[in-house]
Write a protein that binds this ligand. Structure first.
Ligand code: HAM
Length: 419
C-alpha cells in the first residue's frame, strides 16, 4: 500500500483544533501589530532561492526539492518565505505604493532534511517580513510579536537568543581574523567543518560535534568586531526589548543558516522539543532586496515552525482546548420520516447551526449514542406521537430538559440553541 512520503505527515481531524487555534492566535497578533497577509506560490524559479539564501548554505546545497518542469525551467518548492516575499515585493513595486510594507504569512515549506522529532520535509511556517525601514524599532517589534505569540500559547520554557552579525564589510574583516585563528587547527575539525572553513566559515559555530566545539570555544567572536552603526542599533534593540519585558540573552555564537542576514539576528528556543529546539528564527537583511534586483531597501523578519510549536505546546500541556461539539443532532424515530428529517437538518444548517443526522439507518438507541459521541448540545426528535400531533421534541443534553415546539416554531428552536 502507498504511504505518505518520508518526512511528510497527514494532519488528521483530531489535530485540526490545535492547528486552528494556533492560526487564530498568529493572525490576531499579527493584525494587532498591523501586518497584512501575503500568499505566494508554493514553487518558484530555483535561481530565486540560490541567489537569495546563498549557494553555500545547507538549504540550497543539500535540501531543496528542485526539478525541471516540462518547459525546461528549473523549479524549486519553497524552502522558506523570505526570498519569495521579497520577489513579490519587487515584482509588484510594493515599495512604491508605501515605503514600509509589514507582511505576514502562513505556508507549507519543503526541505529534504533527515526527518526526526520536530523536523519534517514538508513543514509549516508562519512569519513576517517588514520591508522598507532600517529602524531597530522593527527588529524589536518582530521579536516582541514572536514572543507574544508563544506566550499567548502558554509556553513557558522558551528563551530568546540575540546576536548581531554586523554589516558585510565588518563581517568580511572578522572572517579573516577567524580564518587566521583556525589556521593551525583545521585538522582537528570535523569533515563538515573543514569544508565550511573555505565555504562558509561562520557556520562552524553551529556544529554540535565535540571536536569542533573544543576548537571553537576560544574563537574570537564576531560581536566584538562589528561596525559602530550595527553596535548602536544592537544597543537600541536590547533597550527596547528590556523596556518591553522580553527576557533575552545575547548569544554571540548564534549564526543563522541563511546568508542574507545583516545586523540583528535572533532565535527563540524551547527546552521541551528535543534536539530541534529552535521554534523560530529571523533577523535583518538590509541587502537582500537589492541583491534580488529591487530598488535598495532594508528588511527584517522571522519565521516559526508550526509543527515544533505544537509539539512544545503538547509537551508543556498548554493547549486545553474544549472538546469539539455540534449544536444539534436530529434523531429520526420513524423510517418513513427520512426525507422530513433531511429537510429539517438542512433548515438548521441554513440558520448557521452545526447540525447532523444519521446516514447509516441506525436504531434510535444508536442514534442517541452517536449524538453523545458528537457532543451534541441538543437533540431534536422527528417522529412519534408528538410529530403526529404537529410537534417537535427538543432535548437539552446538558440539563436533560425537553420542550415541545410547533412545526411552525422553527425559529424559536434556532434562537434557543443559539442562546
Ligand atoms: P529558518 O531558521 O530556516 O529561517 O526557519 C525558521 C523556523 O522554521 C525554524 O526555527 C524551525 O522552527 C522551522 N523549521 C525549519 N526547518 C524545519 C523542518 N525541516 N521541519 C520543521 N520545522 C522547520 C527561515 O526560514 C527564515 N526565512 C526566517 C526569516 C524570515 N528570516 C528573516 N525573515
Amino acid at each position: 500500500m502507498i504511504k505518505a512520503v518520508t518526512g511528510t505527515k497527514d494532519i488528521l481531524p483530531a489535530e485540526i483544533p490545535g492547528w486552528k487555534y494556533l492560526e487564530s492566535v498568529v493572525e490576531r497578533i499579527f493584525r494587532s501589530f498591523n501586518y497584512k497577509e501575503i500568499r505566494t506560490p508554493v514553487f518558484e524559479e530555483t535561481g530565486l532561492f540560490a541567489r537569495g539564501i546563498g549557494e553555500e548554505t545547507d538549504i540550497v546545497g543539500k535540501e531543496m526539492y528542485t526539478f525541471i518542469d516540462r518547459s525546461e525551467t528549473s523549479i524549486t518548492l519553497k524552502p522558506e518565505m523570505t526570498a519569495s516575499v521579497v520577489r513579490a515585493y519587487i515584482e509588484h513595486s510594493l515599495g512604491k505604493q508605501q515605503q514600509l510594507n509589514k507582511l505576514y504569512y502562513l505556508s507549507p515549506m519543503f526541505r529534504q532534511e533527515r526527518p526526526q522529532a520536530g523536523r519534517q520535509r514538508q513543514f509549516h511556517q508562519f512569519g513576517c517580513e517588514a520591508l522598507g525601514s532600517a529602524s531597530p524599532l522593527l527588529d524589536a517589534e518582530i521579536i516582541i510579536v514572536a514572543f507574544s505569540i508563544l506566550k499567548e500559547l502558554g509556553l513557558k520554557d522558551i528563551k530568546v537568543k540575540l546576536n548581531s552579525l554586523g554589516v558585510p564589510s565588518s563581517r568580511e574583516n572578522y572572517k579573516k581574523i577567524l580564518r587566521e585563528f583556525l589556521k593551525g587547527s583545521v585538522k582537528k575539525l570535523s569533515e563538515d567543518s573543514r569544508k565550511r572553513y573555505d565555504a562558509n566559515i561562520l557556520r562552524i559555530f553551529d556544529s554540535k560535534i565535540e571536536c569542533d566545539q573544543e576548537v571553537m570555544k576560544d574563537a574570537p567572536l564576531l560581536l566584538d568586531f562589528i561596525d559602530e552603526e550595527s553596535k548602536n542599533d544592537f544597543e537600541l534593540v536590547k533597550t527596547l526589548l528590556t523596556q518591553s519585558g522580553i527576557p533575552f540573552e545575547v548569544d554571540p555564537r548564534l549564526v543563522r543558516g541563511l546568508d542574507y542576514y545583516t545586523k540583528t539576528t535572533f532565535e527563540i528556543v524551547s527546552g521541551k522539543v528535543g534536539a530541534q529546539s529552535a521554534l523560530c528564527g529571523g533577523g535583518r537583511y538590509d541587502l537582500l532586496i537589492e541583491q534580488l534586483g529591487g530598488v535598495p531597501a532594508p528588511g527584517v523578519g522571522f519565521a516559526a515552525g508550526m509543527e515544533r510549536i505544537l509539539l512544545a505546546c503538547e509537551n508543556e500541556r498548554t493547549l486545553n482546548l474544549p472538546p469539539e461539539s455540534i449544536d444539534i443532532y436530529i434523531i429520526k424515530l420513524d423510517k418513513e420520516l427520512t426525507a422530513a428529517a433531511f429537510q429539517t437538518v438542512l433548515e438548521l444548517r441554513k440558520s448557521r447551526l452545526t447540525a447532523e443526522l444519521d446516514y447509516l439507518d441506525r436504531s434510535v438507541k444508536a442514534q442517541m449514542r452517536e449524538a453523545n459521541k458528537l457532543n451534541a448540545r441538543f437533540v431534536l426528535f422527528v417522529g412519534g406521537d408528538e410529530y403526529k400531533s404537529g410537534k417537535l421534541n427538543l432535548k437539552n443534553m446538558s440539563t436533560g430538559e425537553q420542550r415541545l415546539f410547533g412545526m411552525n416554531d422553527f425559529q424559536q428552536i434556532v434562537q434557543l440553541i443559539k442562546m
